[in-house]
Write a protein that binds this ligand. Structure first.
Ligand code: ATP
Length: 140
């Protein structure tokens, strides 16, 4: 099976860089599956799960939105934030979820609802990705 280089980067770091078989990314208009030899593409990502398949194994990352570009030789994801499942600090994501829920429930005028909703979505994605990894085999 042919493969394609996948680079997932944020402003802070290279999160992932390897040759992969398939990428399924959270596009704003739905799941976006990319195989090697895909046509060039530039699109926006929402918060969600990014799935990578390599050598018969699949693993997950949490992505907090960004951009995805398909070039002839590589796929580049420029993410606002991204964590491999194994990197996710569950206690931190739970605390972020509680904070966002509390802010949204207060409905106080000083609360930035859109920001709290986005923080809630990020925390839920992180918890979902960490939970799926926990149910799968180690190394994901
Ligand atoms: P928090 O309120 O806990 O900081 P957040 O959603 O506001 O969460 P971001 O601004 O999206 O955090 O990310 C800031 C940095 O912290 C990024 O590098 C991101 O990868 C990392 N990060 C955020 N939450 C977690 C987590 N639960 N586990 C591991 N890394 C995290």
């Amino acid at each position: 099976m042919s493969s394609i280089r996948l680079d997932i980067v944020t402003a802070e770091r290279v999160v992932y860089s390897d040759d992969v078989d398939v990428v399924v990314a959270p596009g704003i208009e739905g799941q976006l599956g990319i195989l090697p030899h895909h046509a060039p593409l530039m699109t926006t990502l929402r918060e969600g799960e990014l799935r990578v398949r390599k050598g018969g194994e699949e693993f997950l990352l949490a992505i907090s939105g960004g951009f995805l570009e398909v070039r002839p030789d590589r796929i580049i994801v420029l993410a606002d934030a991204a964590e491999r499942a194994v990197e996710i600090d569950v206690a931190r994501a739970e605390a972020a979820k509680r904070r966002a829920e509390e802010e949204l429930s207060r409905r106080a005028p000083e609360v930035d609802t859109a920001q709290a909703e986005a923080a809630l979505r990020r925390s839920l994605i992180r918890l979902q990705v960490a939970e799926k990894r926990r149910k799968r085999k180690p190394g994901a």
